[in-house]
Design a protein around this ligand. Sequence first.
Ligand SMILES: Cc1cc2nc3c(=O)[nH]c(=O)nc-3n(C[C@H](O)[C@H](O)[C@H](O)COP(=O)(O)OP(=O)(O)OC[C@H]3O[C@@H](n4cnc5c(N)ncnc54)[C@H](O)[C@@H]3O)c2cc1C
Length: 268
Amino acid sequence: MAVAVYPRNLAEALRILEIQSPLVLAGGTDLMVKRAGTYPDECPVMYIGNLPELRQISRQGEELRVGAACTFTELLASPLLPDYLRVPLAQIASPAIRNAATIGGNLCNASPAADALPMLYALDAHFILVSAAGECRMPVRDFFLGPGKTMLAAGQLLAEIRIPIREGWRCIYRKVGMRRANSLSKLSFYALSDCAGGRLQDIRIAFGAVAPTVVRSREAEMKILSGLPVEEIILMYNGLIKPIDDARSSSRYRREACIRLLKQYLQS
Ligand SMILES: Cc1cc2nc3c(=O)[nH]c(=O)nc-3n(C[C@H](O)[C@H](O)[C@H](O)COP(=O)(O)OP(=O)(O)OC[C@H]3O[C@@H](n4cnc5c(N)ncnc54)[C@H](O)[C@@H]3O)c2cc1C
C-alpha cells in the first residue's frame, strides 16, 4: 500500500521530492482514473493541494499570477480572472470535478485535449518551475513535448502560471465533445482578438486535440491581420493540424470540424 506524505509548505515539498521521488497528487482527478499498475504500489504519494505558496492568485503589473494548486472553482470565483480565461475554464468538466481539479494538474497531465491549454498558448503564458535547486521560467510552448510529456524534470514542481493581462481583448472558445458537460474535448478552438478602436489590431488562434500539442502559428495570425483571403488562411491551418483517430473521434471529423469553426470565426 502506498504511503501518503503531506508537506506543510513548498520548501518541505521540494525536499521530499528530491529525496523520495514521490508521485505528486493535486486534485487527483486525472491520477485517480489511471489504470491500476500505472505507478508502482511502493511509490509514496505527496499531496500538494494545500501548499499555501501554490494557492495564490494575484496581479503583479501586467501579469496575472496563478498558483498551480488553485482549483478551477477558486479561479472562476476570483474577481481577478478576465473573461478570456473565464470562458474556457467554465466549460471544464462539472462543478464537482472543478472543486477538486487544479490548473497545475490539467497542465502537467499534458493531455492534448486539456481545456486550459489553448488559452495559455494564445496568451503566451509562462510557467514557473521550482525544485530544491531554485526556480526557472519557461514559455508555455516550450513546456509541452507531446501527449503526457512535458519538460518537467525529476524533482521539479509547476509552481505558478504567469499570464499577460490583455485589457479589452475578447475571446471565443468552442469545445466539441460528446456531451455539454463532464466530457473531454474531441477538439477545441480558442480565438482571442484585440479590436480597440473598432479595428482588428491583433489576433491569436489556438486549436486543442488536433495534434500532439496545441496548434498555434504566429505566421498564420500575421497573414490574417494582413488581410489574406479566408480560403488561403484555411489552407495554411489545414497544413498545420495533424489530428488522429482515437476513442473520442476520427481524424476526419476533427479536421472538418476544426476548419468549419475557423471559417465561421473568420467570416463573422
Ligand atoms: C469526469 C471527469 C471530467 C473531466 N473533464 C475535463 C474537461 O472537461 N476538461 C479538461 O481539461 N479536463 C477534464 N478532466 C481531467 C481533469 O479533471 C483535469 O485535467 C484536472 O485539471 C487535473 O487536475 P488535478 O489537480 O486533479 O490533477 P492530478 O490528477 O492530481 O494530477 C495530474 C498530473 O499532474 C501532476 N501534477 C499535478 N500538479 C502538479 C504540479 N503542481 N507540479 C507537477 N506535477 C503536478 C500529477 O503528478 C499527475 O501526473 C476530467 C476528469 C474527469 C474525471
